[in-house]
Design a protein around this ligand. Structure first.
Ligand code: ARG
Length: 597
């Protein structure tokens, strides 16, 4: 039936020429930008095109004229008129351009041009989000838990935001190198190894104890704090480990493998793409650290301060204005987190030849990254690579403090996901008591995980947010259940079709709701481009929420199946595009859709 149309390779081939690689906003920026440059003669004047702040202003507005007027010494309204006068829109994209207020230009797009774009995508749905002009190589450092403990709620954001950004960048045709910079080499491992050796490395008891890494860690820590002899053995174990003693390395390996298995379980449950092959463990850099310090020394960047070897950069000053050091080697010869990160910068820039390196890491580490980036730049370690800390805030409990269990422990990610799925199961069972249990379980699995991921992705990553089961599982508002439900509504429309009807080309935009839906759909690529640049997944979530709203309004005011054949087929085409946009958009968030729920 019509659905095959979408993926018909023949129809994809006939769409051989891909005339609209540029998204609407970029195309408008180019057109208005050229006119603005013509009118002012200033080469770098920016038309500042944005989606219209209110529908009565049209579809887009250009806000850049006022600033350009200031620079060119012309009156803003007069300049705006001149820009409108010299617009060269050969493709016929713009239906009207009107000067408003102090010098805004309101732009309304041509219906025919919108329909043509829509129809082009119907023939080749990959064009809904066309590839970026210039493919880049981009490292996405994300998740990166410390392996001494089990993954907890604090790792959720870095894991899902990083996954979403990786998916977005990959979709745009960039080469994404995922890096899971796990902490596997610190002093805590001495304590864990000493504890393992006491239990007996080959014993069955050890196997069972390691099933709960969290209590294993707690047990080792308890011994460490209570028993000075054990603490000595723990410290000795670190020295042996870092010195490469085979017995200690073997014990360490057992622990690391177990811990990584836990992580991979979590990634699989979350539907996150990190693989073992993406590991970029701290231990990997062990042999490079000496060379990093030597390089800094040779470049004259090192100074000794209280026995430690430090880099002082004028940018970093303490409260009293005293210079703050970035320590790269302690007085006992040990290296630090920063030293490892410098080695990683070097690898990403020199060996991987990446253009961008994104660090999706807790905002509380921002001083660390400012320092690492500054030292790396001073030492020329990342000459052609941009270094970007993609910081995120903390997940809070309702008490306004970081989210914890009632007894004050860290909430294990595994437990959190269990609870999400079981709560979703209750919800689905209330909504659909008639479905059999296995079906309800399957749906609950998708809804529960999606709810947790979406609640996180839909918040501005820079802010803290309060973890709240009832909002994230609500069917109302900007939530995963709402979006998944909207998606099933669209799919059920498409399923209800009588056999002879098919999605046709979009031929009419009779009602305002039809046009609004089409325009919204066509705006997906500009949102995706923005997410790729600024790394804020919540922009995509907001977009998908608005898209669902636009579909619901269309669905309520435009009869589909009851309309006469041509209108029906045209509206079906629109429905199909809406389904594609929602599904592809959710896919970029790492969220699977459902046929029913
Ligand atoms: N393992 C670190 C932690 O748990 C996060 C690592 C982030 N990535 C990096 N390149 N520093 O805090």
């Amino acid at each position: 039936m019509f659905r095959e149309n979408l993926y018909n390779p023949r129809s994809a081939k006939t769409a051989r020429v891909r005339p609209f690689m540029e998204n609407l906003k970029d195309q408008l920026s180019r057109l208005v930008g050229a006119a603005l440059r013509d009118a002012t003669g200033i080469a770098d004047s920016d038309p500042n095109v944005i989606t219209a702040s209110r529908p009565e202003f049209g579809d887009y507005q250009a806000n850049g004229v006022m600033a350009a007027a200031g620079r060119s010494g012309r009156g803003p309204r007069e300049l705006a008129e001149a820009v409108v006068g010299s617009l060269r829109d050969d493709a016929g994209l713009i239906a009207s351009a009107e000067v408003a207020g102090p010098g805004f230009i309101n732009l309304r797009l041509n219906d025919q041009a919108l329909m043509e774009r829509g129809n082009g995508i119907l023939g080749d749905p990959r064009m809904l989000i066309p590839p970026a002009g210039k493919p880049r190589k981009i490292v996405v450092d994300h998740s990166s838990p410390n392996l001494a403990k089990e993954m907890h709620v604090g790792h959720l954001r870095g894991t899902v935001i990083g996954d979403c950004l990786s998916l977005v960048l990959e979709r745009l045709g960039h080469e994404v190198i995922r890096q899971n910079h796990v902490g596997d080499w610190g002093t805590q491992f001495g304590m864990l190894i000493a504890h393992m050796r006491e239990i007996g490395e080959d014993s069955d008891l050890l196997r069972t104890e390691l099933e709960d890494l969290e209590s294993f860690y707690q047990a080792a820590k308890k011994k460490f704090d209570a028993d000075p002899a054990f603490a000595d053995r723990a410290r000795l174990s670190v020295v042996k480990l870092q010195g490469g003693h085979p017995d200690y390395l073997a014990a360490w390996r057992i622990f690391i493998d177990e811990s990584l298995r836990h992580c991979q379980d979590i990634y699989a449950r979350l539907g996150v793409g990190l693989k073992l092959a993406d590991l970029d463990a701290e231990s990997r850099y062990n042999d490079d650290l000496e060379g990093i310090v030597r390089q800094l020394e040779e470049q004259g960047l090192l100074r000794e301060s209280q026995g430690a070897r430090c880099v002082f950069l004028p940018r970093f000053k303490g409260k009293e204005g005293e210079p703050l050091p970035v320590i790269v080697q302690k007085s006992d010869g040990g290296y630090l987190y920063s030293t490892t990160d410098l080695a990683a910068v070097k690898l990403r820039s020199h060996d991987l030849a990446a253009d961008r390196s994104l660090y999706v890491v807790d905002a509380r580490q921002s001083l660390h990254f400012q320092q690492v980036f500054a030292v790396a730049r001073a030492a020329g370690m990342a000459a052609n690579m941009s270094l970007e800390h993609i910081a995120y805030g903390t997940i809070m409990g309702s008490d306004g403090r970081p989210y914890r269990t009632r007894s004050g422990d860290a909430v294990k990610l595994a437990d959190l996901l269990d609870e999400a799925v079981s709560r979703a199961f209750e919800l689905v069972s209330v909504k659909n008591p008639e479905l059999d249990e296995s079906e309800r379980r399957r749906i609950a699995d998708t809804v529960g995980i999606a709810a947790v991921k979406y609640a996180d992705l839909s918040k501005n990553r820079m802010s803290d947010y309060v973890f709240d089961w009832s909002t994230m599982l609500s069917f109302e508002g900007n939530t995963a259940p709402y979006l998944l439900y909207a998606c099933t509504r669209i799919k059920s429309v498409l399923r209800k079709l009588p056999n002879e009807s098919g999605a046709g080309k979009i031929k009419t935009l009779v009602l305002a709701e039809e046009r609004a839906l089409l325009l919204k759909i066509l705006q997906l690529p500009e949102v995706v481009a923005l997410v790729a640049r600024e790394c804020y997944p919540n922009l995509l979530c907001n977009y998908l929420y608005e898209l669902s709203g636009a579909f619901m309004r269309f669905y309520e005011s435009c009869p589909i199946l009851k309309a006469e054949a041509e209108t029906r087929d045209s509206r079906l085409g629109l429905t199909l595009l809406a389904e594609q946009a929602l599904e592809q958009g959710l896919g970029l968030l790492g969220i699977r859709t459902l046929e029913r729920m």
